[in-house]
Design a protein around this ligand. Structure first.
Ligand SMILES: Nc1nc2c(c(=O)[nH]1)N[C@H]1C(S)=C(S)[C@@H](COP(=O)(O)OP(=O)(O)OC[C@H]3O[C@@H](n4cnc5c(=O)[nH]c(N)nc54)[C@H](O)[C@@H]3O)O[C@H]1N2
Ligand SMILES: Nc1nc2c(c(=O)[nH]1)N[C@H]1C(S)=C(S)[C@@H](COP(=O)(O)OP(=O)(O)OC[C@H]3O[C@@H](n4cnc5c(=O)[nH]c(N)nc54)[C@H](O)[C@@H]3O)O[C@H]1N2
Ligand code: SF4
Ligand SMILES: [Mo]
Length: 727
């Protein structure tokens, strides 16, 4: 019989542009992925990782049956055996210690699946009030979210640059030519940035490294972890030179005078020595930001993971506000789904989040919970520190924290103390290898999806949904199904799960399905372009989206502006500038000291053919015997008689690693860049990744409670003091 070959439009969910893809499926097996020419925004673009994903789906090293760790390593078990044992052990732990004994870490790919996000949250919160929730966000975005919560009263109101209309884009700490954009969903982002230059505008990249993006546009080199000083002096110049329309700011924001007292002492002449940016450049940039009618400052990973990430992010928004660039066309704008009742959702959600922020604190560091989650940098100590709420059972889904959070060795050892540990993953990773069970999950092409998390960051308002393009490989299951079954088995010991089962049953009898899919459908229907449950004929539903618009649909040509009052969750409807926590961070800037003996600063580096830690097993991406290496300035290398290709020992106050080095002039002197996500040392099952090995850069970063950022619990990942010597 002739094989059945189908070409199905869908989209990639490895990183944030969500590029359109055509999946070729032959007799139920994924044969190839190619870029979708008919996607309105990605229009035939996909990167190497997206294409290589076929090798992940079909990876011979993939876990496709439940694994249990026995004395002689992992052995396959049935789902029923695994679930029965996990439920039994978990209910015993709950009985003895309560919900405070349970932790869940959800890693980055979780954010790309609406069902997974719902599953992790509902499960943990369903167990009781005291569970520990961790995500990759404390190594990524929590500082951004908390800055929004302080300024706008709600963490999810995150402004993004109006990419398609701006004439001056200042990007700090982002390298979208490699990362493809973050907190900014813009397929073909490099082309969209080139358009700015084509229409006579400018793109300025503030970065310690002349990154791939800086090389394509204008580079302004900065000393790592000093962005807040640069931003304070931009504000200083704007006010000192009388460039600011103070009355206009007062209409939109409370606390303008408070803000003035904050940046008063930071004239650009006083910050130049620290930032490495001379006063004239700062003054010129301040004037350009005010005088260009369509200008925006945007910051991302590099500004979020410094030692003052919340302050830096707060100041980026303050600069946009003061320069008159917030919520105006071509400025820094709020991209929303324009859902019915959005304003009141923001008020309600803001109140809940701010309450939890005020009341809940990390047991170890005392830092407030950020959007209901705790610092992952302290996960190991939450497991090993005795007392009330000590973690005894840990779930890890879509994460590899042994490589991604500070001090992986400490975390790896801590896993040995757990009474129960369960990974939901399709690989034996450095982390899942430490678990009692590995439950095999579907990859993105084996599940339906709607990229709920990224709707608020769309540079062009756009919707796309997909059905699964192939059936689960082996015995893989979706995260929601796994959690729903576990909740069912726990219904007798967990009242919330019993209640949930009851509600589902009643709704089922009435013909409603209580599932994440129903909720996402409702969201699509109530948002821009939606059918408003029949009020708008022909409008979008989740089903209409997949059936009528398989390549996705642009719902508006541009992001709406003039929506600040809707975006703000405070009842005042005005931006709130005065926060004692922000002032305390500014005070700390002056008191920052570096321990003796660590003259250099370590920063991160993302590579086009890596995705954090988990795509190093794809032959296509590992072509040419790829290895990890650090980048070092030629002068710093010469001073230490280090030459290209040498193995170097990098030491921080927290640990040491050995890596080969490449020397370059494309760095601010004194800076060393080291990619994360390497350090595959054979505990995982991925053969190719293990052969490539590398070093875990997070042995250099700190899991000391004192080094967790005070306002958002962020890990400190950039500007880390180091010294380097030839190994
Ligand atoms: N190819 C590839 N793409 C990815 C990923 C990947 O691993 N590989 N990961 C994805 C993920 S999870 C994310 S969150 C996004 C992140 O995407 P981006 O936000 O674009 O982050 P990075 O690519 O890490 O670029 C951060 C830049 O900040 C600079 N930097 C470091 N420290 C400082 C500092 O103190 N100040 C300033 N101004 N700059 C600094 C670095 O030199 C670097 O060029 O990328 C996503 N896309
Ligand atoms: N030093 C340093 N550390 C960093 C960073 C840095 O720049 N420098 N970046 C930080 C950032 S921005 C991030 S986002 C984190 C990432 O940190 P993590 O999210 O902890 O780690 P990843 O390497 O992304 O691992 C993702 C895991 O999810 C699995 N997976 C993939 N798809 C799915 C799925 O659909 N379902 C399930 N259940 N599993 C899946 C993969 O097999 C892999 O094991 O790292 C952070 N750590
Ligand atoms: S840039 Fe690459 S990895 Fe990211 S969504 Fe597009 S194809 Fe996927
Ligand atoms: Mo990330």
């Amino acid at each position: 019989m002739a094989p059945v070959i189908e070409n199905k439009p869908t989209f990639c969910r490895i990183c944030e542009p969500l590029c359109g893809m055509i999946a070729t499926v032959e007799d139920g097996r994924l044969m190839a992925l190619r870029p979708d020419k008919d996607h309105p925004l990605s229009a035939g673009f996909a990167c190497q990782k997206g294409i290589a994903f076929t090798e992940v789906v079909n990876d011979p090293d993939r876990v496709t049956r439940p694994l249990r760790r026995g004395p002689a390593g992992f052995e396959e078990v049935t789902w029923d055996e695994a679930m029965a044992d996990i439920a039994g052990r978990l209910s015993a732990i709950l009985r003895r210690h309560g919900s405070g004994a349970v932790g869940w870490y959800m890693g980055n790919p979780g954010a790309f699946s609406y069902a997974h996000t719902f599953a992790a949250l509902l499960f943990l919160k369903g167990l009781g009030r005291h569970g520990h929730y961790f995500t990759a966000s404390s190594q990524d975005t929590n500082s951004r979210l908390i800055a929004s919560q302080l300024l706008y009263g709600v963490p999810t109101s995150v402004p993004i640059p109006d990419l398609t209309r701006t004439d001056l884009l200042v990007m700090m700490g982002a390298n979208p030519v490699v990362s493809h954009g973050s907190f900014l969903t813009a397929p073909r982002i490099k082309d969209r940035m080139a358009d700015i230059v084509k229409r006579g505008g400018r793109v300025v990249i503030v970065d310690p490294r002349r990154s791939e993006t800086a090389a394509a546009f204008e580079w302004l080199g900065i000393v790592p972890d000093t962005d807040s000083l640069l931003l304070l002096s931009l504000l200083n110049v704007m006010f000192a030179e009388g460039l600011v329309d103070v009355a206009a700011i007062r209409v939109r924001a409370d606390g303008v005078d408070w803000l003035r007292s904050l940046f008063g002492p930071f004239a650009p002449e006083s910050t130049a020595a620290s930032t490495g940016i001379d006063a004239d450049s700062v003054r010129a940039l301040a004037r350009d930001l005010v005088n260009t009618p369509r200008a925006a400052v945007y910051g991302r990973l590099g500004t979020c993971v410094g030692s003052h990430g919340t302050l830096t992010t707060y100041l980026i928004d303050a600069v946009n506000l003061v320069a008159g660039n917030l919520d105006v066309p071509g400025g820094s704008v709020f991209s929303t789904m324009n859902t019915v009742g959005q304003r009141w959702q923001n008020v309600a959600m803001g109140a809940v989040m701010r309450r939890s922020y005020r009341r809940k604190r990390s047991r170890i560091s005392g830092t407030p919970y950020a959007i209901g989650s705790e610092p992952a940098a302290l996960m190991a100590k939450e497991i090993t520190t005795s007392g009330d709420r000590r973690i005894r059972a840990m779930f890890v889904s879509a994460g590899n924290p042994v490589l991604s959070v500070p001090n992986g060795e400490e975390l790896e050892a801590a896993f040995g103390e757990l009474e129960l540990s369960v990974a939901l993953d399709f690989y034996v990773t450095e982390t899942s290898a430490q678990c009692d069970y590995i439950l095999p999950v579907t990859t993105m092409y084996e599940r339906d999806d709607f990229p709920y998390t990224f709707q608020g960051f769309q540079a062009t308002p756009f919707r796309q949904a997909t059905e699964a393009v192939l059936a689960p490989v082996g015995e893989a299951r979706g995260e929601w199904d796994i959690v729903a079954e576990l909740a069912g088995r726990l219904a007798r010991s967990v009242p919330a799960f019993a209640a949930f089962a009851g509600v589902r049953k009643v709704l089922g009898l009435l013909g409603f399905e209580a599932s994440p899919r129903t909720m996402i459908d409702a969201l699509v229907r109530m948002s821009e372009g939606g059918d408003k449950f029949g009020l708008r004929r022909g409008g979008l539903t989740l089903r209409r989206l997949t059936e009528k618009h398989p390549h996705g649909v642009v719902v508006a040509p541009h992001i709406r502006t003039g929506v600040l009052r809707e975006a703000v969750g405070y009842l005042s409807r005005r931006v709130r500038l005065a926060h004692p926590g922000i002032a305390a961070e500014v005070d700390k800037l002056a008191r920052r000291a570096v321990p003796d003996g660590y003259p250099l600063r370590m920063i991160g580096l993302r590579e086009p053919r890596s995705e954090n830690s988990w795509m190093h097993n794809s032959p296509m991406l590992m072509r040419g015997d790829r290895r990890q290496h650090a980048l070092m300035h030629v002068d710093d290398a010469a001073e230490r008689t280090i030459t290209d290709g040498d193995e170097v020992r990098i030491t921080s106050p927290h640990g040491a690693i050995t890596v080969p080095v490449v020397t370059t002039k494309d760095l601010v002197a004194g800076v060393v860049a080291v990619p994360h996500g390497w350090g595959h040392k054979g505990t995982g099952s991925w053969r190719l990744a293990n052969r490539a090995g590398g070093a875990n850069v997070n042995q250099l970063t700190s899991s000391d409670p004192g080094d967790v950022e005070a306002l958002s619990g962020m890990a400190w990942l950039t500007g880390v003091p180091i010294r380097v010597e030839r190994a």
